[in-house]
Design a protein around this ligand. Structure first.
Ligand code: HEC
Ligand code: HEC
Length: 231
């Protein structure tokens, strides 16, 4: 893992860091954490860090992740998320949340329910090593990415997701190269509260402030794809 825990705390900000501190202090022993959803604690971070790339590759082959996510983590369709080069700790958390049904998706529940925390760490480590889709033909970023909108209390996306949309720290996913339809669907799911596993409700709040047009423009920017309807 390249990003340090300190980066992560910086990303969370002071309030988040305080809450995380409380979570670390009050977290129970790790056992059965995967049945109750994800908790940020030392034991969980140790498992994430122990992720074994080679074992992850094997599990991915056995479980046929490629059937939906493509041979190298980049799906052929635009609805399934790209997982190539994704931040490992973020992916790990999503897999735990799918198994606990904290993030609800039938397809991924069926995959995750028979896997254990160590398998998730290995898978996340493996997919993090793959190359994301190159952002060819990338256009100038929309203002929401670089400046946000103070009237709506919106921080710029790139404060958290990185200057190039490469993700940050442990929690914040890369957006660059993300599939356009998955991006739109998942933002709408945050907005409507159907995806509700984001800590502190950060993405639910952000998505609730955006119009559908803004969501589509942001999705097209990060996917380096034409805005649908403009082609
Ligand atoms: C049957 C198709 C299918 C298979 C097989 C599958 N996935 Fe998925 N995966 C999906 C879909 C669809 C989503 C988006 C679900 C949602 O909206 O939450 C997803 C989401 C994910 C996410 C979250 C991505 C993000 O950006 O938040 C991760 C991580 C992931 N899958 C990893 C895996 C791994 C690892 C395997 C193999 C062990 C796997 N998937 C197998 C269809 C599949
Ligand atoms: C305060 C930090 C922060 C800001 C600002 C922020 N995000 Fe996020 N974003 C996150 C975190 C943390 C997650 C992961 C949440 C989770 O676990 O579901 C996330 C997840 C996402 C996802 C889901 C990615 C996937 O692979 O499924 C999308 C899409 C997204 N953000 C888009 C945006 C856009 C567009 C903006 C700007 C309008 C933005 N975010 C601003 C922190 C932020």
């Amino acid at each position: 893992m390249t990003n340090s825990f300190a980066d992560h705390l910086q990303t969370l900000g002071r309030r988040g860091a305080l809450l995380l501190g409380i979570a670390l202090l009050s977290a129970p022993a790790l056992t059965a954490a995967d049945d109750d959803g994800f908790v940020w604690n030392r034991a969980m971070l140790d498992i994430i860090e122990s992720g074994d790339v080679e074992r992850g590759r094997q599990i991915a082959e056995d479980k046929r992740c490629s059937k939906c996510h493509g041979d190298l983590g980049i799906p052929e369709d635009d609805e399934t998320p790209s997982i190539a080069g994704q931040v490992a700790a973020y992916q790990f958390k999503q897999l735990v949340d799918y198994k606990a049904k904290v993030r609800d998706a039938r397809s991924m529940y069926k995959v995750a329910r028979r896997l254990e925390l160590q398998d998730f760490a290995d898978l996340a480590a493996y997919f993090a090593t793959l190359e994301p889709e190159p952002p060819e033909g990338k256009t100038a970023p929309p203002l929401l990415v670089t400046q946000g909108d103070t009237d709506r209390l919106l921080l710029p996306c790139n404060v958290c997701h990185g200057e190039q949309g490469e993700g940050m720290g442990l929690q914040v996913p890369a957006l660059s190269g993300q599939k356009i339809d998955h991006f739109i669907e998942t933002m709408v799911a945050y907005r409507d509260g159907e995806r509700a596993n984001d800590d502190f409700g950060r993405m639910r709040f952000i998505a609730s402030q955006l119009s559908e047009e803004e969501i589509t423009t942001l999705a097209a920017y990060y996917a380096a794809a034409p805005v649908p309807g403009d082609e």
